[in-house]
Design a protein around this ligand. Structure first.
Ligand SMILES: NC(=O)c1ccc[n+]([C@@H]2O[C@H](COP(=O)([O-])OP(=O)(O)OC[C@H]3O[C@@H](n4cnc5c(N)ncnc54)[C@H](OP(=O)(O)O)[C@@H]3O)[C@@H](O)[C@H]2O)c1
Length: 279
């Protein structure tokens, strides 16, 4: 079931993440699509992602009849503070040029003329938004207006930064991608801002950031009652509370299991319990 942001562009309701896959990226993206994923997340950031290998997978998939337009592609502009020496743009250029160069390099890596979603990997400062953030956001708005990025978004953002961006940007973000900690009410404050503005909230590290929840007897009992796995219960819970989850699994079996989370329903009581497990 696709979900839709305030600009009415649909996104598949579950996304496959390609961080830390290294040389297995090509094979795993093909496996993920074979398992049923139609949305892929990457970044033009060689420390953690192999965007060009995602592109190789897309070429192989196209040869096998799965065309680019059947897939939702999301990539990111990563500022210099998140890059190593392999920066995919001229790090001495002005920020507007850096965004354009990084974006063009992403299009070349992914063998596409546009991306479905283009995300700022994170603000330049921990609190508030500064001159650099606004220059980069304005460049991203230009890509959105050109039609080359059908949505723009921001990652690793605080509630205060998101509020500021929504209040002052020409185009507020259509997606937010954050690490989701159960102990912070599953990022409740940021999710609430997203809900108010029609922004799609994408949650990552739902499993890896919440080890204590996975081990909790209450969630294990819910999973047992439903005949599901604990990971499936977490992903289903995420969808029930309005989130678009990412999974980073490397296992074809887990890919299928994660997608099957959409096939069962949690009761309002289950949802209330999971919401409060880590609080
Ligand atoms: N914007 C950012 O700064 C940022 C940062 C981090 C991540 N991300 C994005 O989010 C994506 C996902 O992040 P993540 O890797 O932290 O996600 P995750 O899904 O929380 O963690 C993946 C781990 O969960 C396990 N897993 C997945 N499904 C499972 C299942 N059904 N049963 C048991 N274990 C299961 C995987 O093990 P197996 O491999 O054995 O299945 C793997 O160890 C990344 O690939 C990236 O695209 C973005």
């Amino acid at each position: 079931m696709p979900v839709t942001a305030y600009n009415h562009v649909p996104i598949p309701s579950f996304m496959y993440g390609t961080a830390w896959k290294k040389e297995a990226t090509t094979r795993l993206v093909q496996s993920a699509v074979a398992a049923g994923f139609t949305a892929i997340d990457t970044a033009n950031q060689l420390i953690h992602y192999q965007e060009a290998l995602v592109g190789d997978a897309l070429q192989a998939l196209a040869k096998n009849g799965i065309a680019r337009d059947r897939l939702f592609l999301q990539t990111k502009f990563t500022p210099t503070n998140g890059q190593d020496h392999r920066t995919p743009y001229d790090a001495s250029a002005d920020l507007t040029t850096q965004v354009r160069q990084s974006f063009d390099s992403s299009l070349a890596h992914l063998h596409t003329e546009n991306v479905d979603s283009y995300v700022l990997h994170g603000p330049y400062q921990r609190q508030g938004l500064g001159k650099a953030d606004w220059e980069v956001w304005t460049a991203m708005e230009g890509l959105y207006e050109s039609g080359k990025a059908k949505m723009i978004g921001i990652s690793n953002v605080t509630a205060q930064q998101l509020t500021q961006l929504c209040a002052q940007a020409k185009h507020k973000p259509m997606v937010v991608q954050n690490r989701c900690f159960a102990a912070l009410g599953w990022d409740k404050e940021v999710r609430e801002i997203c809900r108010t503005h029609g922004i799609i909230y994408q949650g990552f590290s739902l499993l890896t950031a919440n080890g204590a929840v996975l081990a909790d007897p209450e969630i294990r009992a819910i999973a047992k009652r439903l005949g599901a796995g604990v990971a499936q219960v977490i992903f289903r819970f995420a969808m029930h509370i309005g989130m678009l989850p990412l999974t980073g699994t490397t296992s074809p079996q887990h890919m299928k299991e994660d997608l099957q989370a959409e096939q069962f329903t949690l009761s309002p009581e289950d949802i209330r319990r999971i919401e409060t497990i880590a609080l």
